[in-house]
Design a protein around this ligand. Structure first.
Ligand code: HGY
Ligand code: MN
Ligand code: MN
Ligand code: MN
Length: 423
């Protein structure tokens, strides 16, 4: 029997990858009125998320992977190597989505890693190190308020019980929802620190398209700070209440929105980005002065010092607002906070070498978005492969799109990187 030399490169099947992405995208799809497209709403621990998990696990088992589920519902599919004692190479991302998602955010990383395994099977390739495909729980944080939740608990940054006690907008508890969908695994599936971690993900921004590269080598992730700010004022009749007697929670919240944008425009906080994505008032009636306003403030900064300064200055502004308006009370809750995370130079070099050997041009760039790789970087050398997005890289929107060719390019780079790391 002639032992066939492994192919020069793994036979990643672009059509198989694409049909898997489109099949998963149908779970949680909805007609998006704003874009006229089919969007995806597969938020963590919903029935849609559970259905997506079951589809993924079926595919993992079809590919011969041994599937385990840890106490956070993180799903792992393990392919054995020739050396059972060797630390594995882990590759993955997330399949939970924001409420107005496209087909690619996170899914490309999970299904791309699965495609690498499928291609290894097709080529009869065995690696020395085991390879593990990972699908992390609640990466987006949009339902339970903390992003990268599954990978943060798996790597020890957030205690399990703290995660279990998080509640969604309807008051449902994370731990109960995880049990309800049947994915509350156990500690025996806890992932040990691997040899390396690699994540393939759409860039979700305009840089690779502007620079003309199909793939990018990600150098790290910028700092993230999420706050939920609740402003308490006093309800009053809109017609009869003189302005000077008002304690208008809606007005105060609006001033916070303007203030964070003025901080960005001031240039005093470097490349600070600020977003107020959620804004609601109570009782939310046209002829009642709002007695309560709730907003979220999402701050991003590639510099930890300037992030700290922005947070401190925002806190000072909130204190000033309260002083100026007797009776106004402002509560803040820090729901997510992660520092700048640099990725491993050696893993970056593996990615860059793979790209060039495959004939792709590439560049190194920092990630504007948060990713599970930033959590894995705490326990293992980690880095990411970015894939070019279309339409200015729009993401967290049904218009999110990367071409089949660019998705395949990213997964081929992922495949060669995993092979290099799993030797
Ligand atoms: O919000 C983020 O940066 C990521 O998409 N979870
Ligand atoms: Mn993502
Ligand atoms: Mn996302
Ligand atoms: Mn190496």
């Amino acid at each position: 029997m002639t032992v066939s030399a492994p192919p020069a490169t793994l036979p990643v099947d672009s059509d198989r990858l694409w049909s898997s992405l489109m099949a998963l995208a149908r779970i949680g799809e909805y007609p998006d009125a704003a874009t006229g497209l089919m969007g995806v709403n597969r938020q963590a621990l919903t029935d849609e998320d559970a259905a997506g998990r079951r589809l993924l696990i079926g595919w993992m088992e079809d590919a011969g992977l041994t599937v385990t589920i840890d106490a956070m519902g993180n799903v792992f599919g393990r392919r054995e190597g020739t050396d059972p004692d060797a630390l594995p190479v882990v590759a993955g991302s997330h399949i939970d989505s924001v409420g107005t998602a496209g087909a690619f955010d996170g899914c490309l990383g999970v299904l791309g890693a699965l495609e690498v395994v499928r291609a290894m099977n097709d080529a009869g390739v065995t690696t020395r190190r085991p390879v593990i495909v990972a699908s992390w729980t609640e990466e987006e944080g949009v339902r339970f308020g903390t992003d990268m939740l599954g990978s943060a608990v798996a790597t020890g940054r957030i205690p399990l019980e703290q995660a279990y006690d998080l509640r969604d907008g309807a008051g449902l508890r994370f731990g109960d929802e995880l049990a309800r969908i049947g994915f509350r695994g156990d500690a025996s599936a806890h992932i040990e620190a691997p040899h390396a971690y690699v994540e393939c993900h759409i860039e979700q921004g305009p840089i690779l398209a502007a620079e003309g590269h199909p793939v990018g080598v990600v150098t790290g992730v910028q700092a993230i700070s999420w706050q939920r700010i609740t402003v308490h004022g006093r309800a009053a009749h809109a017609g009869t209440t003189p302005t000077e007697l008002r304690v208008d929670a809606g007005l105060a919240a609006a001033r916070i929105v303007v203030h964070v944008r003025q901080m960005v425009d001031s240039g005093e906080y470097g490349q600070l980005r600020a977003t107020v994505g959620h804004f609601r008032t109570e009782p939310s009636l046209p002829n009642v002065v709002p007695e309560l306003a709730e907003i979220t403030v999402d701050l991003r900064n590639p510099d930890d010092g300037l992030m700290a300064r922005a947070e401190a200055d925002l806190a000072a502004f909130l204190a000033q607002l309260q002083t100026e308006t007797p009776g106004l009370r402002i509560e803040t809750e820090q729901t997510a906070k992660t520092p700048v995370v640099p990725f491993d130079e050696d893993v970056q070099n593996h990615i860059e070498k793979s790209a060039y050997e495959l004939g792709f041009t590439t560049m190194r760039l920092m990630s504007g978005a948060g990713h599970d790789a930033q959590e894995m970087a705490a326990i293992a050398p980690s880095a990411m492969v970015f894939v070019r997005g279309q339409y200015d890289g729009i993401s967290h929107n049904p218009r999110e799109y990367s071409t089949p060719e660019d998705c395949a390019a990213g997964v081929r780079v992922l495949a060669e990187t995993i092979l290099g790391l799993a030797e």
